[in-house]
Design a protein around this ligand. Structure first.
Ligand SMILES: *[C@@H]1O[C@H](CO)[C@@H](O)[C@H](O)[C@H]1NC(C)=O
Ligand SMILES: *[C@@H]1O[C@H](CO)[C@@H](O)[C@H](O)[C@H]1NC(C)=O
Ligand SMILES: *[C@@H]1O[C@H](CO)[C@@H](O)[C@H](O)[C@H]1NC(C)=O
Length: 502
């Protein structure tokens, strides 16, 4: 060793002594800091996380309709505040999952998507156009003749059915609404829920499209969907037919917002209760199950500019995910929580820690934050919607901003608040969940589900098919039809739902 390099080594050594000495001094205080210890704990916990590369027996997808990242943050604070805590430190059930990613939600023809095109991406693996579902972008809205067999997209639920698995849908909307419909229907218009909805489109020569409710009743894949819980009886009834209160389809239209549910005299179940019931029924099939659970009215609350209703529904979905974590075998069940799109919903303005989420902003000095005109403002707001301002912003000092009917202020006045175009979160646990990381296209979710369950031929060279499942050829899946007479099937479906629930 030359004297030069010896000198260099000595220098490095001295630096090491100096640095470690400095470190020890600085970290004496930090080591005992609870935030710091929290970080240390999380590192230890994350070092133990191992990708679960097994083939999933089951998959549950929780879809918070319109549950963008700001909604997740706000729901987390609300969940904590409902328990009497400041709120910000809360972890929602899916925030404890080890794997997550961001999904880009744009549609084939839109910068920011609607639920039909985004659910087609999530459940069928292809982006498509606004307002059409279960079909690719070659289908034109309202044009039945463009809905050809080769333009249909097969959903993960249909693949699971064809493989012999059990399948289910739980939603707080009508079961024929865009999100659930994308799991079982192919439609050139998301609003064609019943034949009364075709309007003038039905006058087109050769019109032979089926409405969404009929497609649910005549579902041609496997042996039919085993469990359907939600609202929307009206789309299954003929004109003038009396409305029977069948358990299974709990409401004539959408189910109630969580904030109104407890006052429902008919005693509507919560999303948590429906999810638990559905899983207990589906778990009976040894070949496994696929379940879609939609917290569908988070979206409706936001559209009406009422954050109280939207966020209580998000917290209700959190309970459904928590229950699911308890009752499934997490080693063999892929649980994915995501959203179809965001909303132009904001949370901010420097409220102090623990400031009531729905209240006016109070700063750390406990004084109201005031705008340039000396008027207070809320933590939550919208960029547009029915809470939009027309003229000067009103003074809301004495307004009850936590009321469930209160509309947060919005910049642009619109009849209905709009979706947001930014990315949404994907949170996952169980087999295949490790494939969610980074920023991904939304249709990637289908491909992770398909790989984890090892269903379609497109994944067969990279996954291990569970022995008792049939292999599915996605191109012939649509032709394996069952022959139920649709004449009796609507009534039959309602009877089966009643049997399931009671
Ligand atoms: C139910 O109704 C009662 C009486 O009208 C009301 O005080 C209460 O706030 C309502 N509860 C919910 C959850 O809406
Ligand atoms: C807003 O209303 C409160 C309560 O009535 C009042 O004290 C305050 O001065 C008002 N602020 C402005 C800027 O008008
Ligand atoms: C907005 O304010 C203007 C002027 O007061 C009024 O003419 C108009 O009707 C208002 N628009 C709405 C949608 O309330």
């Amino acid at each position: 060793m030359s004297s030069l390099s010896r000198a260099a080594n000595f220098c490095l050594f001295s630096w090491f002594i100096v640095l470690s000495g400095v470190k020890a001094n600085i970290f004496q205080n930090q080591d005992s800091n609870s935030w710091y210890q929290d970080g240390v704990r999380l590192i230890q916990q994350n070092l133990k996380v191992k990708p679960n590369t097994r083939t999933a027996r089951n998959a549950v997808v929780f879809l918070g309709d319109g549950m963008g990242v700001t909604t997740v943050t706000a729901a987390r604070i609300l969940a904590g505040q409902l328990k009497g805590n400041p709120g910000e430190e809360t972890e929602l059930s899916w925030e404890q999952f080890p794997w997550s990613a961001l999904a880009k939600t744009y549609a084939a023809d839109l910068q920011g998507t609607d639920s039909a095109s985004s659910m087609t991406a999530i459940l069928c693996g292809v982006k498509t156009n606004e307002d059409i579902l279960g079909v690719d972008e070659r289908v034109k809205k309202d044009d039945c003749s463009s809905l050809k067999e080769e333009n249909k997209a097969i959903s993960i639920l249909a693949l699971a059915e064809n493989a012999g698995m059990s399948t289910g849908i739980v939603t707080t909307t009508r079961v024929t609404h865009a999100t659930p419909a994308s799991a079982y229907a192919h439609s050139a218009n998301r609003d064609w829920e019943a034949d009364a909805d075709f309007g003038s489109s039905a006058n087109a020569p050769g019109f032979n499209c089926k409405d969404i409710a009929s497609q649910l009743v005549d579902f041609p894949y496997g042996n039919g969907i085993e469990v359907i819980f939600g609202g929307g009886r009206r789309k299954f009834l003929h004109q003038g037919q009396a409305d029977p209160e069948y358990p299974g389809l709990f409401e004539y239209s959408h189910m109630k917002y969580e904030v109104n549910r407890l006052n429902d005299t008919a005693g509507e179940p919560s999303i948590e209760e429906m999810t638990e019931k559905a899983i207990k029924i589906l778990q009976k099939n040894p070949k496994g199950f696929f379940l879609l659970v939609e917290g569908g009215r988070i979206d409706h609350g936001h559209h009406s500019g009422r954050a109280v209703t939207a966020l209580h529904d998000a917290v209700a979905m959190d309970k459904a995910v928590a229950k699911t974590k308890q009752i499934v075998d997490r080693e063999e069940t892929l649980i994915t929580v995501t959203a179809d799109h965001s909303h132009v919903f904001t949370i901010g303005g420097y409220p102090k820690r623990g400031n009531p989420l729905f209240g006016l902003i109070k700063k750390v000095d406990n004084q109201h934050a005031l705008d340039l005109d000396g008027k207070p403002y809320t933590t939550l707001g919208y960029a547009n919607g029915p809470g939009g301002l027309n003229g000067t912003r009103p003074n809301i000092t004495n307004v009850h901003t936590a009321d469930k009917k209160y509309r947060q202020q919005a910049t642009v006045l619109l009849r209905s608040e709009t979706h947001g175009s930014e990315d949404v979160g994907i949170f996952a646990d169980g087999p295949g969940a490790y494939l969610f990381h980074g920023v991904v296209e939304q249709q990637y979710i289908f491909h992770v589900l398909d790989h984890a369950l090892c269903l379609s031929q497109s994944k067969q060279n990279s996954c291990y098919r569970q022995g008792d499942r049939r292999q599915v050829d996605i191109n012939s899946a649509a032709n394996e039809k069952l022959s139920i007479s649709s004449m009796f099937a609507g009534i039959l479906l309602l009877r089966v739902l009643q049997f399931l629930w009671t």
